[in-house]
Write a protein that binds this ligand. Structure first.
Ligand SMILES: NC(=O)c1ccc[n+]([C@@H]2O[C@H](COP(=O)([O-])OP(=O)(O)OC[C@H]3O[C@@H](n4cnc5c(N)ncnc54)[C@H](OP(=O)(O)O)[C@@H]3O)[C@@H](O)[C@H]2O)c1
Length: 222
């Protein structure tokens, strides 16, 4: 990884489908990434595939180095993750990609929190001191996140929700470097709109990737 980079230091923790897709897009956009998972051999193998903009770390070290942390893990595991690493996460920008869903037994998915609740709002109450939570990167499936990045002639949108105006520049840099146009849908209380089943999610009323003009129209339809 280029240690002289002036880019925002970002760590992706958890290298499943979405973690790998975010890492691949960021490196494609020339943005260095710090990667960590519970399996250091797996982390090294993925870093090997991504090239020299990716750096493998243990989870604790990754959290210490980075300013923005993307735990690409399941909603149900996030509260414990915040507790386990509360010291390292203090003062950090934490990006919540999670969708609070589980298989419904009929080949589909069901929401595992109340119909009017969002993962973003729930998790924002559990983050460590001085940390901020931003909801982003989870509005598309991993396939679309990869396939729709760096779209030509016009980029597609990734929505985000944030209560921290001071942090928005960093999240917008990351969304841009991963090949999308950032679109702020409002505060964390708007998270439900950009989670699965929400009106602005690929697996909700929106149903597809959208350009900025389409996003503007959809976002103001409520
Ligand atoms: N897949 C999608 O299309 C998609 C789209 C939008 C949002 N999301 C959200 O992204 C998150 C991850 O989904 P995914 O599809 O990427 O799942 P996945 O492919 O099953 O990967 C989940 C990863 O989380 C790691 N993990 C679980 N608990 C952990 C912990 N306590 N500490 C560190 N790592 C942990 C697992 O690591 P191990 O290998 O060590 O078990 C695994 O690599 C979910 O919240 C999901 O709702 C997914």
């Amino acid at each position: 990884m280029n240690t002289e980079s002036t880019k925002t230091k970002v760590a992706i923790i958890g290298l499943g489908k979405i973690g790998k897709a975010i890492a691949a897009n960021l490196t494609k956009g020339n943005h260095p990434v710090i990667l960590a998972s519970r399996d250091s051999e797996k982390t090294k193998a993925i870093v090997g595939q991504l090239g020299n903009l990716a750096k493998a770390c243990e989870i604790t070290e990754a959290l210490q180095i980075a300013d923005v942390i993307i735990p690409a893990i399941y909603f149900n595991a996030l509260k414990e993750f915040f507790n386990t690493y509360s010291t390292e996460l203090e003062g950090k920008i934490i990006v919540d990609v999670s969708n609070p869903i589980a298989p419904d037994g009929n080949g589909g998915f069901k929401k595992i929190i109340g119909q009017n609740e969002s993962a973003g709002e729930i998790l924002s109450k559990f983050i460590p001191p001085k940390a901020v939570l931003i909801k982003a990167f989870g509005t598309l499936g991993a396939g679309s996140l990869l396939n729709a990045s760096f779209s030509e002639p016009e980029r597609k949108v990734l929505f985000y929700a944030s209560d921290s105006i001071n942090s928005n520049k960093k999240i917008e840099e990351l969304l841009t470097d991963s090949g999308f146009s950032p679109f702020n849908i409002g505060g964390i209380d708007q998270s439900i709109r950009i989670e699965v089943f929400g009106d602005l999610h690929e697996f909700g009323a929106l149903g597809k990737t959208v350009t900025m003009a389409e996003a503007e129209k959809s976002a103001h339809q409520l």
